[in-house]
Design a binder for this molecule. Structure first.
Ligand SMILES: Nc1ncnc2c1ncn2[C@@H]1O[C@H](COP(=O)(O)OP(=O)(O)OP(=O)(O)O)[C@@H](O)[C@H]1O
Length: 260
């Protein structure tokens, strides 16, 4: 699945959240959107999911405009919603079935897949939620809910994934397993948002850096190159330069804020 943003700006309640952002994502590509809280990562993912429409500029999906008119068309909407899945930062908004098993089966059933039960078993196992299948999603922990929501999304076989802070509130082992699993999804276009620099390079080889109030993107290129660029990380607010003295010598350190 390909996506194109061309000069996209977004205002929310009269405030400029994104200004003149342009980039293209190729089919099967993996990209991580990086930036401090409030720089517009979630807004950008919502634009790519057709949940919001830009104030200026254009968004394309698979070579066609992604706008309100396109999504008014039932055929386009069915294709788009069948192919593109969004993991919300707040997964509570996504879980509404009486049991975890029903939650994971919901998408495959809606799409008329005959193998819904097999999909539930497969994705529950891969996301390590088999032990919760009979329980109501609302009583699970935050990290458990996130794994259930992802199993539910993946069971429906999306071809593009928009993941808002996918590893936030997962313990280190669960986060590592998730990153590994996402890396195994061949041919699925994946766009992540995170402010966690320590997972960025494992999530995607390409990073796009946003900063609040800045036009365009600060960086678009190899994730490793961004992580090695202290000046840019400081400029974006993801790291800060801290100078202090030992006797006559001054030392400068870069501190990276990558706590969840
Ligand atoms: N509905 C809204 N009305 C007005 N302002 C909004 C609305 N939604 C978001 N914003 C503002 O837009 C900016 C970008 O928000 P967004 O959620 O996209 O940031 P983010 O980069 O995902 O942040 P975080 O890392 O905290 O999730 C923030 O300053 C936020 O306050």
């Amino acid at each position: 699945m390909s996506f194109v943003l061309d000069g996209v700006s977004m205002e929310l309640s009269g405030r400029a959240v994104l200004r003149d952002v342009s980039f293209a994502v190729r089919p099967g590509e993996r990209v991580v959107l990086l930036g401090v809280n409030g720089c517009g990562k979630t807004t950008l993912l919502k634009l790519l999911d057709g949940l919001l429409f830009p104030t200026a500029g254009r968004i394309g999906w698979e070579g066609a405009p992604l706008d309100a008119r396109a999504l008014d068309d039932a055929g386009f909407r069915r294709r788009f919603r069948g192919d593109v899945a969004f993991l919300f930062q707040n997964v509570d908004a996504m879980l509404f079935n009486p049991t975890v098993a029903d939650e994971i089966a919901f998408g495959p059933r809606q799409l008329g897949f005959g193998d819904a039960d097999a999909r539930v078993a497969r994705w529950a196992e891969r996301l390590d939620v088999t032990g919760f299948l009979g329980r109501p999603p609302f009583e699970l922990s935050g990290g458990e809910k996130k794994r259930v929501a992802l199993a539910a999304i993946l069971a429906a076989g999306p071809r593009a994934l928009l993941l808002d802070e996918a590893t936030a509130n997962l313990d280190p082992a669960s986060a590592a397993r998730l990153v590994e699993l996402l890396g195994e999804l061949e041919g699925v276009t994946q766009i992540y948002s995170t402010h966690n620099l320590s997972v960025a390079e494992e999530l995607a080889p390409r990073a796009i850096l946003l900063a609040p109030g800045r036009a365009g993107v600060l960086f678009d290129g190899p994730t490793g190159a961004l992580l090695g660029d202290d000046r840019l990380l400081v400029e974006s607010g993801l790291a800060h330069r801290h100078a202090h003295r030992h006797g006559d010598a001054e030392h400068a350190h870069y501190h990276v804020h990558d706590a969840e």
